[in-house]
Design a binder for this molecule. Structure first.
Ligand code: ATP
Length: 242
């Protein structure tokens, strides 16, 4: 179908005999902003790892349509090591390494890319700072810049707001929405914080090993499946917000 960017068909993922994801199917379209939700241990990270090609499909398949340039922000990116010496600019530049050959020297063009994304995420002034001297929210922007510097068309984030306060969460989701709208980046975010995320996403995937719900977020709010979801959502606040 037109603009389909990713299709997942009858996907099952097992660790040994343990079934982490069972027979799920869905399609994602260019420009979607998808929230993946579900209780602890429901298979969310496992699904992301399979999309990223880090683990093999036990059964079923994952297909990308057209060119897929993936950007990834893993869980627990925050650096709490006070002595970690790397500077913001260096960390962001490492996002370009996978595109480079065996001689991993940065070019002038690479640093133009780094500076452009630093400016876009409003952290250009921090470029010579040590990562460990930054706040959690600033660090998260740096790691987002690293994920974005290679110009991905699909950005995958695993619980990116875990260490952020409510204001910073909103801020991060707002930045992602901007990338989604202005640069047409398809965004996939795993989160426990549907209350905030719900203001930004257009689709939701609710996983409990099996697929409980997949579709428009607005439809989820009025579905029977929302009754299974344990974190509170303020429907009045969210309904008009998309
Ligand atoms: N490397 C692994 N080896 C064996 N079992 C694993 C491995 N990683 C995850 N599991 C199991 O697979 C299931 C799904 O785990 P997964 O981490 O994908 O869930 P999750 O929804 O991301 O959880 P959380 O919200 O706690 O991050 C769980 O039962 C987990 O214990």
């Amino acid at each position: 179908m037109k603009n389909e960017i990713l299709s997942v068909k009858n996907l099952t993922l097992k660790y040994g005999r343990h079934e982490a994801v069972k027979d799920i199917s869905f399609s994602l379209y260019k420009g979607d902003y998808l929230g993946i939700i579900g209780p602890n241990g429901s298979g969310k990270t496992t699904l992301l790892n399979a999309i990223l090609g880090l683990i093999e499909c036990t059964d079923g398949r994952i297909n990308f349509h057209g060119e897929a340039r993936l950007g990834y922000l893993p869980q627990k990116s925050i650096s709490s090591d006070k002595f970690f010496p790397a500077k913001v600019k260096e960390i962001v530049a490492t996002g370009l390494l996978s595109q480079k050959g065996i001689f991993k020297f940065y070019t002038e063009e690479d640093y133009i890319k780094v500076n452009t994304i630093l400016k876009k995420l409003d952290i250009y002034d921090l470029r010579y700072k040590k990562i460990s001297d930054l706040s959690g929210g600033q660090q998260q922007r740096v790691f987002l810049a690293r994920a974005m510097v290679s110009s991905p068309n699909i950005l995958i984030l695993d619980e990116p707001t875990n260490y952020l306060d409510t204001k910073m969460r909103d801020e991060l989701y707002r930045i992602l929405k901007e990338l989604n709208k202005e640069d047409n980046v398809t965004v996939i975010v795993v989160s426990h914080d549907l209350k905030t995320l719900g203001n930004y996403i257009n689709k939701v995937l609710y996983l409990e090993t099996e697929l409980i719900f997949y579709g428009a977020y607005k439809s989820f709010l009025h579905s029977k499946e929302i009754g299974r979801y344990s974190n509170p959502i303020n429907i009045d606040q969210i309904d008009g917000g998309i």
